[in-house]
Design a protein around this ligand. Sequence first.
Ligand SMILES: [Zn+2]
Ligand SMILES: [Zn+2]
Length: 276
Amino acid sequence: MHIRFWGTRGSIPTPGPTTVRYGGNTACVEVRDSSGALLVLDAGTGLRELGIYLMGANGTRPFHIDLLLSHLHWDHIQGIPFFRPAFVPNSTLHIVGPRQSRSMKELLGMGMDDPFFPVDLDDLPATLDIGEMHDGSDERIGPYRVRAASIFHPAPSLAYRIEADGRSVVYATDTEDPFSGKPNPVVELAAGADTLIHDAQYLASDFKATWGHSTIDAAIDVAARAKVKRLVLYHHDPDRNDDALDHIGREAQRAGHERLTGLEVLVAREGLELQV
Ligand SMILES: [Zn+2]
Ligand SMILES: [Zn+2]
């Protein structure tokens, strides 16, 4: 599998001169298997640039795009109305998000209702196929096996394990481990994974309990307990500039090596491409 980061920022986009290297767009990751099948993880503002790239690569031919949403906070859905393939007729946008009391279709539509946005979700030229997953879901999406686990966050949220080509990527953003004594669902979901993309919003000094995010140390702890091969720190705090993330990367690499021999620790940045 091949992955590429289009947005790595948490909470709110952070354009400007102090964030050019790691990027200011919010959550979006492109996944490809060896056949080139596309699976998109989250639809933050990074999705807009992925859409521009896809239009360039695909022209105006119809698209079929599978998109998994971790949850519906703004920084994970705001790219949808600006995703150009959604404006290409005869395209299909297959969106899957966490099951909750109201349907995913109704909830996504609310964000684009008048007066919040000029184009209704139902008026997008592409055909929308909106589905839901839940804790324990185990489904096939194209060539991918996708498993989901509920995670702790102030909204119904899922982490996903994606497998293809005999490899595995786990996407666990917007998650906190409040389960002292009980198993953390991400540790179980990520067991033995090749790559774990994990929330790393906080330092120990700015951790906010119950806000549903992890410290960098907590992300390393999950990676070590799950015995993954590679940890990618993700969902950077909007107040973290490039220099701070450089420093975090160096410290986290050292801490990762101490916890698990051979554990590779990277800091996600826009444009980062990884072979899994
Ligand atoms: Zn978020
Ligand atoms: Zn969130």
